[in-house]
Design a protein around this ligand. Structure first.
Ligand code: RTP
Ligand code: MG
Length: 139
């Protein structure tokens, strides 16, 4: 039985770009078998960052998270494949790169701090649709 094709929004966050992990992250996506549908290296406006992380608006780290995401260029991608949303979350590893992300995952291999965890991936079909509309309105 083949799984339904899905799309997910991936961000290589400013820490991942600054540390030179763009190629590494894309290579892992491709090696998993996921396709690249769109990709853009860009600076992020405060408005887009706030909208992207709107679910965290009441959290104490929201301001610092928005500052971080807008603080330098990032790479936004849309990826596609069977169970792409869960597949990329598996590649990324858990949010806390030390306590939750296993070695072998992007966060487990390359990050130490919760905020500076290299990548974002949509967490559900609803989030993916919302986030792809926000980052790639012409897609
Ligand atoms: P993301 O949305 O970026 O893919 O990460 P996630 O689902 O694994 O984690 P989420 O709970 O949605 O948190 C979003 C991002 O906020 C930063 N964060 N900082 N200082 C903190 O306690 C804290 N908690 C979360 C991280 O950059 C996290 O990825
Ligand atoms: Mg999240």
């Amino acid at each position: 039985m083949s799984e339904a094709t899905e799309r997910s929004l991936v961000l290589i966050k400013p820490d991942g770009v600054a540390r030179g992990f763009v190629g590494e992250v894309i290579a892992r996506i491709e090696r998993k078998g996921l396709a690249l549908v769109a990709m853009e290296h860009r600076l992020t406006t405060v408005a887009v960052a706030k909208e992207h992380y709107a679910e965290h608006a009441e959290r104490p780290f929201y301001g610092s998270l928005v500052d971080f995401i807008t603080g330098g260029p990032l790479v936004a991608l849309v990826i596609e494949g069977p169970r792409a949303i869960a597949a990329f979350r598996q590649l990324a590893g858990g949010t806390d790169p030390v306590e939750k992300a296993a070695p072998g995952t992007i966060r487990g291999d390359f990050a130490l701090e919760v905020q500076f965890n290299i990548v974002h991936g949509s967490d559900s079909a609803e989030s993916a649709a919302r986030e792809i509309g926000l980052w790639f309105p012409n897609l």
